[in-house]
Design a protein. Sequence first.
Length: 259
Amino acid sequence: MSTTICQVMAFIVSSLGVAGCIVSTAMDMWSTQDLYDNPVTAVFQYQGLWRSCVRQSSGFTECRPYFTILGLPAMFQAVRALMIVGIVLGILGLLVCIFALKCIRIGNMEDSAKANMTLTSGIMFIIAGLCAITGVSVFANMLVTNFWMSTANMYQGMQNVQNRYTFGSALFVGWVAGGLALVGGIMMCLACRGLIPEESRYKAVSYNASGRNISYRTGPYKVGSGYEPETKARKDAGYEEGARSEDGRRSYPSKYDYV
């Protein structure tokens, strides 16, 4: 019962993590304009992974997608790739996890097969969570670097050169989603141990009868086998005893000697 509960909880947590990764990737507020020095402005700018938006004081919002791929920074494209890989692995992990649940029976699937599927889905969730956390952290590092560079330019009297951007809400959603996917993957790997069939404590020992019954004789005789034909033994003994008679002639035992 505990294994089933652990599996279900891991599935729910991982599902929330994958859904959060999808939402975070689709959000436009990865970076928002810093309004610390200018709290009142007529234009508010924010950017996402796929487009940049401008919101006016009247409430009108205009978004423009990025029409180029090669013109974007390499780190920006790496963040895109990490988030996409995390989403794909998370979705595949959910599909595998559904068939690996202990409470769901599909045909004559054994527990060992479910254990392997559970471990596979857990590894997928862990990798998806790490991809999401890494992608969000790389983007946050880019923001921090650009923020301090813009601040240094502002102190040098170049206030209008460029705007400063800070963390957007999508970053926090991505961090939380990656953490949930990572925790769900760990729980799924722990649930895998409960699905492995336990070995029996007492191992059965089979005693196989020997193919031949060995009989031991005292004296200079060799070890004989009990399966040798008895008539052959008597025949050999008869030939040995009746090989020579008293007058020196060789005598052969007749067929009546064996009766």
